[in-house]
Design a protein around this ligand. Sequence first.
Ligand SMILES: [Fe+2]
Length: 226
Amino acid sequence: MSGPGLARRFAAPAENPQEARLTAVMTWPVAGPPSRGRARTITDPAAIEAALAELGVRYDRWPVRPEVPRGAPGDAVVDAYRTRVDQLIAAEGFVQVDVAALHPTDDPDFPARAAKARATFLAEHTHADDEVRFFAAGRGVFYLHIPHPTRGDEVHAVLCEAGDLLWVPAGTTHWFDMGTRPSFTAIRFFHDADGWVGAFTGDDIATRFPDFDALTGAVPATATTP
Ligand SMILES: [Fe+2]
């Protein structure tokens, strides 16, 4: 689902889209088809934090360590953010930390691997654990399906980019879209040693909202780098 208006909502305004700031929250009512006119978009970091806090969702920004290459091993990514990672573990009692990363390559198998990875998270689901992600590179969209006490049932698309820490509480109905050409590196924090376990709701709600490609204008990922 896309449209030219929606496609431009999160599109990078700067000459170099990889350097542009994209983090944003777009909110739609669930009732009725999403339309540009009914959406509410927030891009200011403080406003994003406040809006998400109202939903019980934590949001933070960490300084990006640009010296970490996109294809760096997971240990190297975690080490680059070691101080903040350790602080978060100590404060919140996480028992497992790992790195999920996918970046375009020239490998002919990449499109199939990308499609499979994307499909894993693309339908609405919940977790018994919090879903806590720090984006060290790239971007992805979390869709949070959370009723608002006065505005009613809503979906909030949170476009995360490098430097964003998003904390989705356990039990929140949500889905995640990495797009048709994924490019991201995310540190994942778990309270549960079993890691990522999703409980799918069976609702096809995700198909009724603009996807990652539509929201970002499908800005092409840059060619492969280490
Ligand atoms: Fe999830």
